[in-house]
Design a protein. Sequence first.
Length: 857
Amino acid sequence: MTVQFIFDFRDTSTVGPDILGGKGFGLSKMTQIGIPVPPGFVVSTEACKVFYEQGGRLSNEFWQDFNSQLNELEVQTDKKFGGTSDPLLVSVRSGAPISMPGMMDTILNIGLNDQAVEALASASDDRHFAFDSYRRLVQMYGEVVEGIDKRAFDDVLQLALKNEKAASPIALSESGLEQLVGAFKKVFEKETSKTFPQDPFEQVHRCVMAVFESWHGKRAQTYREMQSIPNTLGTAVNVQAMVYGNLGERSGTGVCFTRNPSTGEAKLYGEFLQSAQGEDVVAGIRTPEPVEKMGEIFPDAYLDLLHHTSALERYNRDMQDIEFTIQQNELFILQTRNGKRTAQAAVKMAVDMTGEGLISEDEAIMRVDPSDLTQLLLPQLHDDHGMDIVATGLGASPGAAVGFITLDADIAEQRAQKGEHVILVRPETSPDDIHGFIAAQGILTAKGGLTSHAAVVARGMGKPCITGCEGLDVDLEARHISIFGVIYDEGTLITIDGTTGSVIIGEPDLVAASNEGELDTLLKWADSKRRLKVMANADTPVDARNAKRFGAEGIGLCRTEHMFFGEDRLPKMQRMILANNVESRAEALEELLPIQTEDFYGIFKELGESPVIIRLLDPPLHEFLPDKSEATSSEIARRIDELSETNPMLGMRGCRLGLVYPEIYEMQVRAIADASVKVRDESGIWPRAQIMMPMVGFISEMVQLRKNVQAILDERTVSDVPIGMMIELPRTCVVADEMREAADFFSFGTNDLTQTTLGFSRDDAENAFMGKYTDEGILVSNPFETLDVSGVGKLINLAVDSVESGGHHMSFGACGEHGGDPASIEFFHAAGLDYVSCSPFRIPIARLAAAQAAISV
Ligand code: PEP
Ligand code: MG
């Protein structure tokens, strides 16, 4: 059976978005449920794959099928493609299986030539419209199919506008537009050494192939890399009868969202332009009107819009991003898809839609990408920042960002690579700037609306963005911007607030965003679904308070060496490390004891009756030894030499230190015991301290450590303190069943376990080779961020299974960086761990990811 490559919108019941692309799938479904959609058909993603397999061509048989589908369109519309009276014109638009807004190409008004334009002029009785359509085709075709630089057309257009003192092409006279078509055709000839093709079939065939080619265009590639969209999916192409938003004042075109994509507010939200076509709204060349104003200008079409958009949202059970055209007061829907949204909007919509009965709690939980929650924790401008707002634009993507003004995407990329913070400032929006978006802290554009490419892409990336900024002028030649006439050079420090649209010169006070309201509701639902507990990695009373605020159920890892990072504490810690006999070490430890006791006391008070797992000292010595040049005596310099290690990550770390110098751990256990007694005396409640040993590899280590710790606890008459260990070495995974006899609980230290399993140094891998590995696909992701499930994961499974298969239940946790990574959390859930522990600001991410893991199995 031959593969079907072409699908009429009316008959696609057996195929999904992977074949039809998102846009084609949406258009088909709309056609089938009675939404007014211009007729058309889809050329499938399979055809795109075949096109590439055959070295950039399609067979004659394919084109025969294609032409007969075009004939069918002629029958449906009662018009003739390339006809001499009321000709059929078509659009050719890309539509990938996963939406990539603005990243691929579209060509409108295909089928116009020197004769058809006259036919269109008399059929519509509007010569202005016919030639406006023709000049658009020549330019779009020239750019997309022939790769002519946009500037070649722009220069000619600017001249025409200047001649007639017109603000935009739509304001040109009939004869001005006719002349412009002639001038555009000359540009075409000059750039390609060919005349503009007059055969409509040649036009449409070339356009379909050009859209396929745009799948591998630079901006589409960059976008796919950023969004991890596979290169192999290919794009579909939609061929559709044209309706004309540029057919006079009673026509127009627009884009709307069924809810506000920035805040989530449940109200139709969007923009339109009168007398405009296709890309005019999203290209950001003219500034559009808010969609509510349609009620005044096109009252009937507006009512239809309200009706159809709400039907589409109900049908798709999600917020829709809809493109529409009004042709002489009649509404047509040209596209619907699930809309991109900020994290804030995603959370609000998920909760609201559950309240409206549109989706279930489980679906609401699955609708929000846990990693996006970091956006909700983005900084905002402080209410009392007290600085002048020099300009205001449209708040297109929330959050505040500070950086140096940079006018060019390439330069933004270069400066960001040097670690500088930049704000990309552009006159208008172009998808070609995508690499600059990635590099910048935020984006500011002079023109454009809330649905322009910059806005959509920035929202998807969670970057603060302002578009349509009034008073801003960007002079790319002089390399400066001016705001209401005041000049600021490239490199000036600027702040943008994408929540309010405010622009400030300099750096005002910023505050962390709040995490209340709908997020709380969503996380509470998540809490009721998840099995994994979520604990925090917190080392100070302040961290502990934050952790509780974000919903931590306890502290899963208190790294005691971090308690000594402060300027006043480090010298005391160094004195302890440098001590070369028991007496001087005892003296240094005496100084550390009250500090440790005070910190534990503070943490226990914050945590109340929730558990606090305290890990005894694990200081890789190179992180704590003073620099030799700072040695105050030759003896200290010699001691630094003695203690220096070639491979500190595999050296005198963790429990090895506690076994060689038992007095260090003894001091720490004393501090834990004393702080516990103090809290108990004050409140009557024992804190739930647990003691954890780092880097244990042999049961004999654990037996000895346990004995030492227990002796101190007994001496202080503190009981019921579980004593457990970290699993950070492959050997420990292999012998976990044996270790069970000496430990009360286990926690996987996946940072070290990754380091020791892969033989990748935690300190060096990222600087040395990780970038190349992930860029070239040698590894799909950095194993220090996302757990290496097939290697490290297998060791974890081995450890858990060997303990549990003996019929024992032990508490297992994970407290490396992976404890806050959604993909790794999915694995920890499946592996049967009891909890994950991560840094405080990732707690909401972990709560949601743990619920998603529970729901999806
Ligand atoms: C680990 O190794 O995963 C761990 C949590 O310990 P640290 O990062 O302190 O070595
Ligand atoms: Mg470790």
